[in-house]
Design a protein around this ligand. Structure first.
Ligand code: CU
Length: 486
């Protein structure tokens, strides 16, 4: 699915206006030669890993093992590309644990370079978070542990080494971490048979060169590397054989810089049931949901027997961009085709509501902080591993103003917490962003206000990160860090 030559030229000539230092067309030679991969390969489902329960000091600990390693993967059949994966050549197993369980992740780095494993969206102690201070050298190991203490959700894990996150994620290091409730909750009637009607969907753009290898071009435009191909669970042109009337898709945008606006080619409506940190207050009927890098949405789509329907990414709404239509917008991508069987097993109807979400913190008593995102800096500062930007009290209520003053996109992710979006430029957020979030888009000239409680774990030594999750921006230092201490 190569971009047309005209689209490339438009993107790069626009990029030159905003990023005059960018070398023209660097690293994209041959990109237009990528063979289109026809839809037909079965969508791979990452193996479900519930770990093993070991007892430590009389306490059961659900223990997972992750071994980041190098390998090769054929995005284009017959053309091997260098790749990285956890416990395999690409991506990683889907880890799954329940609220209240103690978990441990034993990590053994089999890569030839240092890495970390960050648990994105997890409310956990900073020492277990896997940020850029938690480097694991080649041959080294780590075993972070914590207790699951948050609602059921679709979280994920990925590397976070300062300066090389885009490369490691882009080569394939990413996996899902699903959380369940301890007992049946309001989401229990949703499709929940993993790989059958509850489908993990890791969507990533890949920039493939003429030989089918993964290429990077972080200086090409203001969003970093944008791919010319869309992989679902690592596969181009994937098809999901559906056997049930309703299918739940847990969609993760694991791209470095591309925004997606997911919907269906026939514009059918579907229900979004969960955002980053868990269930919405009620199923939300939509015809498209937009996700910036690292955001998730769980959707439930209804199928008719024997039909085929394409999950498509439509041209995203990228806000006021100057110049318009420059950075990865302006076109559609087909992502995965759903082929319904001639006879579909019945599914439970969706509940009318899941239950109201608690009010965010009281803005009048919360600590207020402001963060201005500009260029590759936050509040005029570039990430410094040795600098702690501020310290907060455990569990303290916080309200943050997060401003993007640029004419192009950023987004923001805060480690260790789930937050709520209070308003965007003073107006209430759209309903798909009104639930629990750990990552939100920052469109051009937008001021977002978020509220949350600080992690309850005091640790004066290990920091949490807040940063732009456009991986090129993050690698270039658009990140800060805070500690939580009594
Ligand atoms: Cu950014």
């Amino acid at each position: 699915m190569p971009l047309t030559r005209r689209a490339f030229l438009r993107a790069f000539s626009a990029a030159a206006v905003l990023a005059p230092a960018a070398p023209a067309l660097a690293g994209c030679a041959g990109t237009e030669d990528v063979p289109a991969v026809p839809f037909g390969a079965r969508l791979p489902i990452p193996p479900l890993d519930r770990g093993t329960v070991e007892t430590s000091g009389g306490i059961p600990v659900r223990t997972f093992r992750l071994a980041p390693q190098a390998g090769t993967h054929e995005y284009v059949p017959g053309k091997a590309a260098e790749s990285m994966g956890y416990n395999g050549a690409l991506l990683g197993p889907t880890l799954r644990a329940a609220r209240g369980e103690k978990v441990r992740v034993s990590i053994e780095n089999r890569l030839a370079e240092a890495t970390t494993v960050h648990f994105h969206g997890m409310m956990l102690p900073a020492a277990a978070d896997g940020g850029p201070h938690a480097m694991i050298d080649p041959g080294g190991s780590a075993a972070p542990e914590w207790t699951i203490d948050q609602p059921a959700a679709t979280l994920w894990y990925h590397p976070h080494p300062h300066g090389s996150t885009e490369k490691q994620v882009g080569l394939g290091l990413a996996g899902l971490f699903l959380l369940d409730e301890a007992q049946d909750g309001p989401g229990a009637s949703l499709p929940h048979e993993y790989g059958v009607d509850d489908i993990p969907l890791i969507v990533q753009d890949r920039r493939l060169d003429g030989s089918g290898k993964v290429a990077f071009d972080p200086s090409g435009n203001s969003l970093g590397t944008l791919g010319n191909s869309i992989a679902a669970n690592g596969t181009l042109g994937a098809v999901l054989p559906a056997t049930t009337q309703r299918v739940r898709l847990r969609i993760l945008n694991a791209s470095a810089g591309r925004w997606f606006k997911f919907g269906f080619a026939d514009h059918r409506r579907f229900h979004m049931v969960a955002s980053d940190g868990g269930l919405l207050a009620a199923p939300l009927e939509l015809d498209a949901v937009q996700l910036s890098p690292a955001e998730r949405a769980e959707i439930v789509v209804e199928l008719r027997p024997g039909e085929s329907v394409m999950l498509r990414s439509f041209a995203p709404d990228l806000g006021r961009v100057s110049p318009p239509d420059a950075f990865g917008g302006g076109r559609d991508f087909d992502v995965v085709r759903l082929d319904a069987a001639a006879s579909l097993a019945p599914s439970s109807p969706l509940p009318a509501a899941f239950g109201a979400l608690p009010e965010p913190v009281d803005a009048r008593t919360a600590t207020s902080r402001s963060f201005t995102f500009s260029g590759r800096q936050i509040n005029g500062r570039t990430m410094d591993m040795e600098r702690i930007d501020f310290t907060a009290a455990p569990g303290a209520p916080e309200v943050w103003f997060v401003d993007n003053v640029n004419p192009y996109q950023h987004n923001v992710h805060v480690h260790g917490v789930q937050f709520r979006l209070l308003d965007i430029n003073g107006a209430p957020p759209p309903p798909e962003r009104a639930g629990w979030k750990d990552t939100i888009p920052l469109l051009p000239r937008e001021r977002n206000r978020i509220a949350f409680r600080m992690p309850r774990y005091a640790d004066a030594e290990h920091p949490y990160m807040y940063h732009c999750h456009l991986l090129t921006h993050e690698d270039q230092g658009m990140m800060g860090q805070f500690t939580v201490a009594s």
